[in-house]
Design a protein around this ligand. Structure first.
Ligand code: AMP
Length: 238
């Protein structure tokens, strides 16, 4: 059983690296941001509650986030473990999490703020199938058009300079300090997220000692099939 938290500033590739590790080790990927975006897209009650907060780049109410994480993990469909992505983000959420779950490692992706702005502003999302693109490392063949389904590419509503500034501020003021809390109680490993997707993934596996870990369905560790993961061949998640 592997239970991990992945932390890193916006655009550091948390989602990409989490998906790769989940693919290789058959873990469940719990992305709080993805769950909220799904709710916004399908106009659910939760979506209505969080939409404006998300668009402004602010943090959603702790109680709502905690309930959502608790409900998702209570499904117990994570036979081999899980990676929580985007949670916890402040001291209260960290305390709640540490009281409720045992974590094997906290994965921290390091990236300077200057690089964040460049990457996040280049991020695009297909409005049809949801595939991720970026205009630096993975451009669509036709401008603003999804290679797979032909739908229009759009920016995430919170990928604008004002919302990004708010998210960066929250990250430094609220999220970074909880790494210290994790360092006291948990096993924190770090990787340089300015590297290629493959290099970051290799570093994480080496640090987590995952490269020698037994696989759920095979004797030897498999190399991740980067093409299977939607947004992996174009640099860290943008
Ligand atoms: P992300 O995809 O992780 O960048 O999350 C997108 C947005 O969802 C954030 O800017 C917040 O508005 C909201 N969100 C995601 N995770 C949390 C969390 N742990 N606590 C509060 N808000 C969150």
């Amino acid at each position: 059983m592997r239970k991990y938290v992945i932390m890193g500033i916006q655009g550091s590739g948390k989602g990409t690296q989490a998906k790769l590790l989940c693919e290789v080790y058959d873990l469940v990927h719990l992305s709080v941001g993805d769950i909220f975006r799904w709710n916004v897209q399908y106009h659910t009650k939760v979506g209505a509650q969080v939409r404006r907060t998300m668009a402004a780049g602010e943090l959603v109410d702790d109680g709502l986030v905690e309930r959502l994480v608790q409900e998702r993990l209570a499904m117990h469909d994570w036979n081999y473990g899980f990676i929580v992505d985007g949670f916890p983000r402040n001291a209260r959420q960290a305390e709640f999490f540490l009281e409720s779950y045992d974590i094997d490692a906290v994965i921290q992706l390091d990236m300077p703020d200057e690089e964040v702005m460049r990457r996040v502003m280049a991020r695009r999302l297909c409005s049809g199938c949801g595939l991720d693109y970026n205009l630096i490392a993975h451009r669509p063949k036709l401008d603003d058009t999804c290679d797979v389904c032909g739908a229009r590419l759009v920016s995430r509503e919170d990928d604008n300079p004002e919302a990004l500034a708010a998210r960066l501020r929250d990250y430094h003021d609220k999220t970074r300090p909880i790494l210290e809390l994790f360092e006291q109680k948990e096993f924190v490993i770090s990787a340089d997220a300015t590297q290629s997707v493959e290099a970051v993934h290799a570093d994480l596996r080496a640090e987590l000692d995952l490269t020698t870990a037994p696989q759920p369905n095979s004797e030897s560790p498999q190399t991740p099939s980067l093409s299977v993961v939607r947004d992996t061949d174009r640099g860290p998640e943008l």
